[in-house]
Design a protein. Structure first.
Length: 138
């Protein structure tokens, strides 16, 4: 059984080989956008999102989507945008990766980095959408 794509991509982003300084439950989250206690920390959340239907007749070929949500610190637009750009560059066009026993055939960005505005605490918010093609490694 495959994990949710958000969990696998969270694990991929946390991997020291990514070159992106993210640590799960500190500044990297999965399907949870933290609010309390992180006002002074740039956070990244990986969320499951709608993808495309599986190809007909293939029970193990999946085409989900994910959204990566980046929220900076108050008045920290540049650092938040740079984090979004680093993640976009790292994940876009990744192919033939095995993550947690699932073969990721391709991961590619859909559209550009989305500027979402500032939240009520003047923290900048961005999102990046990715389309995925994956299958079990069995």
């Amino acid at each position: 059984m495959m994990n949710s794509p958000s969990k696998d991509i969270k694990d991929l982003l946390e991997d020291s080989g990514s070159g992106i300084d993210l640590v799960y439950a500190e500044n990297l989250f999965c399907n949870l956008v933290p609010d309390v206690g992180v006002d002074n920390i740039l956070t990244v959340t990986v969320l499951d999102s709608p993808g495309d239907s599986p190809y007909p007749g293939t029970a193990v070929y999946d085409r989900p989507g994910i959204m990566v949500y980046v929220r900076g610190v108050a008045n920290g637009y540049t650092a938040a945008y740079e984090m979004a750009a680093d993640i976009s560059t790292y994940l876009h066009n990744k192919h033939n990766e095995t993550i947690n026993s699932t073969r990721y055939i391709s991961i590619f960005r859909v559209g550009d980095i989305n500027w979402l505005g500032f939240d009520e605490n003047q923290r900048p918010m961005f999102s990046i959408n990715f389309a995925i093609q994956r299958t079990t490694t069995a």
